[in-house]
Design a protein around this ligand. Structure first.
Ligand code: AHR
Length: 507
């Protein structure tokens, strides 16, 4: 193949983006469908521990390597009464969940969530309800969760069996309040004022909490950018992060644009950074607002695409109905890999990110009630990125052959990033070949990195791009060893299979 068909870039430790905040490998547990019930929590299951948590799921969550775990929603949080979810289980009320037209039993609540997060080695990221509630309920929840003792609410927590505070450091000020579907939907000014007053009160309890203001539900929202600008004008000195949410699927069957979804992710990030910095400049502030990309994933929002089960949809107001149970393909896994690359490439400003969600609901882990748990295709790129993507992101500016997509025009076939472990000097290169038809030759010049050994080339690709993992065939799709890659004279050379996610580990 001639050299113009080769994708190339140079790595040099003198050109780095930023250390990775490990919370970029976060996840999300919402009271939605079977994420909580039959997902993380199934007391009757043979693997359940004394708290009713499925230990087979706990093991997979640890293997996945998730860090911050956002809870309890999502749209659910906009009707959430935290008091319902604490205290003796049998006394907890059943409630209508307007967001998902379900019935919430509250058998899993705040204490169970914190127990779950501790067992998987994560950190809690708690959302407060700014849809149907406000400042008062937010600070009551904060007092219940975090105050040491000697007040009504902290003593109530102790009486409920949790003597030690939960010490939740990271809080979301509501969820997607720009969206007309949100219970308690608001204008940017209404939300900005409420978020500012809530943040101010929460900081009166604890000046060091880390707070996330709601940004737009996606970049295509009609209020995008104006929303961020207005909200930040109200909250700039009071919050640490602004949120971003984005979901992708092949709209109108346009697979090439779907594979290039990270083009949207990266422009979304860059546009939010520009907007936040514009507000900072107007306010003559030295402070920089960071980004919490706290919902991202592939989600077939039109209902197309295979599902985990063929069961017909449940009636309205069912408990833990099967909702949003996408069964992911190889193509979806490559897109998820590319979205992870997009987040890492912007590690200077994206400090928190949560794949939505963790179990069953648009999730990397799937379960059968009373049966096994298994890894969906998208589990693999996330687990590899979390395991090998810790360190400092190096600047990657590829020269790549391109192809044309309907949605994004001309797009590089190569999408890549690299992360250097500062202690060992090891470097991991993550690379996606977006082309469905052809292999992509890759050459990476490794300057001043002292790298001599190719430890591993792992590939996720398949002759059948629609191949999936199912309960009956849970390991149909998994990474395999690549062939033919070499590292000599400071140059990594490899050939990327068509439509592939690749991990090169160099020491
Ligand atoms: O993750 C599913 C839903 O997507 C969340 O509840 C909501 O915040 C978003 O619209």
């Amino acid at each position: 193949m001639s050299s113009e068909h080769t994708a190339r870039f140079t790595l040099d430790p003198a050109f780095s983006v930023s250390p990775v905040d490990e919370r970029i490998f976060g996840s999300f547990v919402e009271h939605l469908g079977r994420c909580v019930y039959e997902g993380v929590y199934e007391p009757g299951h043979e693997s359940a521990d004394e708290a009713g948590l499925r230990t087979d799921v706990l093991e997979l969550v640890r293997e996945l390597g998730v860090t911050a775990i956002r809870y309890p929603g999502g749209n659910f949080v906009s009707g959430y009464k935290w008091e319902d979810s604490v205290g003796p289980r049998d006394e907890r009320p059943r409630r209508l969940d307007l967001a998902w037209k379900s019935t919430e039993s509250n058998r899993f609540g705040l204490s169970e969530f914190v127990d779950f997060v501790r067992k998987v080695g994560g950190t809690p990221m708690m959302a407060v309800n700014l849809g149907t509630r406000g400042v008062g309920e937010a600070i009551e929840l904060q007092e219940y969760a975090n105050h040491q003792g000697g007040t009504a609410l902290s003593d109530l927590r102790a009486a409920h069996g949790d003597k030690d505070p939960f010490d939740i450091r990271l809080w979301c000020l509501g969820n997607e309040l720009d969206g007309p579907w949100q219970t308690g939907h608001k204008t940017a000014d209404e939300y900005g004022r409420l978020a500012a007053e809530t943040a101010r009160a929460m900081r009166q309890i604890d000046p060091d909490v880390e707070l996330v203001a709601c940004g737009s539900s996606n970049q295509a929202m009609p209020t995008f950018a104006a929303w961020e600008s207005t909200v930040l004008e109200h909250t700039y000195d009071l919050v640490d992060h602004i949120s971003l949410h984005a979901y992708y699927y092949p709209r109108d069957g346009d697979v090439d644009s779907f594979i290039a979804s990270a083009v949207d992710t990266e422009s979304f990030i860059e546009n939010v950074v520009a907007t936040a910095d514009h507000v900072g400049a107007k306010l003559k502030s030295d402070k920089r607002i960071n980004l919490s990309f706290d919902e991202w994933n592939v989600w077939y929002q039109d209902g197309s695409g295979p599902k985990l089960s063929d069961e017909p949809p449940s009636e309205d107001w069912a408990e833990a109905p099967r909702l949003l149970e996408d069964n992911y393909t190889v193509t979806d896994a490559v897109v998820v890999g590319s979205l992870l690359i997009a987040l890492l490439r912007h590690a200077d400003r994206v400090k928190v990110a949560c794949q939505a969600q963790l179990v069953n609901v648009i999730a990397p882990i799937a379960t059968v009630p009373g049966g096994p748990a298994w890894r969906q295709t998208i589990f693999h790129p996330f687990a590899q990125a979390s395991r090998h993507g810790r360190g400092t992101v190096l600047d990657v500016r590829p020269q790549s052959p391109t192809h044309t997509t309907a949605k994004y025009g001309e797009v590089d076939l190569l999408h890549a990033t690299a992360v250097r472990d500062e202690e060992t000097g090891a470097v991991t290169v993550f690379a996606v070949n977006r082309g469905r038809e052809s292999e992509l030759p890759l050459e990476v010049a490794l300057n001043n990195l002292g790298l001599t050994e190719l430890v591993e080339h792992s590939v996720l690709a398949d002759a059948d791009p629609d191949a999936r993992n199912t309960a009956d065939d849970p390991d149909r799709v998994a990474p395999h060893a690549g062939t033919g890659a070499t590292l000599a004279d400071g140059v990594l050379k490899a050939t990327l299979e068509p439509l592939s996610w690749n991990v090169f580990r160099l020491a």
